[in-house]
Design a protein around this ligand. Structure first.
Ligand SMILES: CC(C)(COP(=O)(O)OP(=O)(O)OC[C@H]1O[C@@H](n2cnc3c(N)ncnc32)[C@H](O)[C@@H]1OP(=O)(O)O)[C@@H](O)C(=O)NCCC(=O)NCCS
Length: 172
């Protein structure tokens, strides 16, 4: 059974490993536009992000048979999207173990986000994702109850303009 628990600095290595496998999977699909083609482990910027999330109090880790098989951070909006106009919980760095694709781990983590958002009494959940690959990731979030909000472009991205989509899910 998948369970979800708060994460902390003891999860950094495992979470970086989830991102490493996700990048391998993306590369095999020809999708280097999302996160490039290098592992997150050993990349100071990526490691810094995961360390920041692990220290934020918002990291949640999905466990299956004693192993970390997914992660998400629940917090506030990053600087590259427009600030919220209502109270919200912002979903960042959702990733699941590619060896368990189709097991519903992402769904369980997003359900946890909804539960925490409702418990906190916030008005909405927001998330952003890469809009490339014909919008397949955008459609995944739509299948999870989100609707499209703003589009954005990170113009100074190292691999050229990075097109993103913000999605929102009202909670009340
Ligand atoms: C997105 C994610 C967390 C969803 O996890 P999940 O709910 O357990 O669902 P699955 O892994 O079974 O994927 C669901 C569908 O989304 C598709 N999908 C997942 N990530 C995708 C991506 N980055 N780009 C395009 N399609 C993607 C999968 O191929 C799958 O499609 P299918 O149902 O046609 O096989 C997980 O697929 C993942 O870690 N993806 C790679 C990392 C990523 O892109 N994270 C999102 C950051 S915004």
């Amino acid at each position: 059974m998948i369970t979800i628990r708060p994460g902390d600095s003891g999860d950094i290595t495992a979470v970086l490993g989830l991102f490493d496998r996700a990048v391998e999977w993306l590369v095999a699909r020809g999708q280097i536009g999302q996160w490039g083609d290098e592992p997150w482990t050993g990349n100071p910027q990526r490691e810094g992000l995961v360390e920041r999330l692990a220290a934020s109090g918002g990291l949640r880790v999905a466990m299956l048979d004693g192993a970390a098989v997914g992660a998400v951070n629940l917090g506030s909006a990053p600087g590259y999207v427009s600030p919220a106009t209502v109270s919200e919980l912002y979903i960042e760095a959702l990733v699941t173990d590619r060896r368990h694709k189709g097991a519903g781990i992402g769904t369980a983590l997003l359900e946890r986000a909804r539960e925490e958002g409702v418990a906190q009494g916030v008005t909405q959940l927001r998330v952003d994702c890469w809009a490339g690959a014909d919008g397949e990731l955008v459609r995944y979030y739509e299948s999870q109850g989100f609707v499209r909000d703003a589009e954005f472009v990170v113009a100074d991205h190292p691999r050229g303009p990075w097109h993103g989509q913000v999605l929102v899910q009202p909670l009340q």
